[in-house]
Design a protein around this ligand. Sequence first.
Ligand code: ADP
Ligand code: ADP
Length: 228
Amino acid sequence: MIQMKEVYKKYPNGIMAANGFDVCIKQGEFVYVVGPSGAGKSTFIKMMYREEKPTTGEILANGVDITRLKDKRVPYLRRNIGVVFQDFKLLNRLTVYENIAFALEVIEEQPTKIKKRVMEVLNLVGLKHKARMMPDELSGGEQQRISIARAIVNKPKVVIADEPTGNLDPETSWEIMTLFEEINAIGTTIVMATHNREIVNTIRQRVIAIENGVIVRDEQRGEYGYES
Ligand code: ADP
Ligand code: ADP
């Protein structure tokens, strides 16, 4: 369902962050993206939601080449993709509820449906009672739960996460992983860049390892494979 064909990415400074990615991720898969810092993991992930465009190559999402998508079509693509970041990227002037509702307001969902769906996802992430709070009143783990709620509120087919546990303590990281497993269990594809060796080696899933812009390893039920 997401396929990269001979994808190359050269940044304006001359750095080649993708040196021929060829990969296919099927609907419902759970994929870890691992590799050293600067390997190209974020670039790999950003190209999937059109935050970056490849210099050459094709990226097919459900058969549509998203590299050729007109900019004005990108919001439609993003409706089918939820994105979760290491630093949460919540809007600090909005309440928890408003942060999540925002994603539905921009697509002009009916107000009654918005309320129902926001409370539904807040319930799913276990934070219904915090709907009226501001993001900075929450712990890091709670903020990440809210950002996951925001990512799934549109019922996307794919959730992309760039080091979602990078700012969290080990216990909170495991809780967040449980949430991703639940989201995957309902059929959502998960693509997650991570440096968390213990998680990758415990919750076994497909592992794509990237080094110097090249996929050097792609294994079903793979291992982290690096020392730290
Ligand atoms: P990772 O996520 O594995 O740390 P990145 O995809 O962020 O790797 O980076 C891959 C390479 O591309 C690195 O050398 C990085 O410095 C470079 N890079 C990333 N983003 C940019 C950018 N916007 N402009 C120029 N170089 C970049
Ligand atoms: P990470 O390792 O988590 O990807 P980075 O420090 O590599 O974080 O990148 C942080 C941000 O800076 C990213 O959005 C990336 O695109 C950008 N970036 C990274 N390297 C460069 C670079 N050499 N030149 C310009 N922007 C860069």
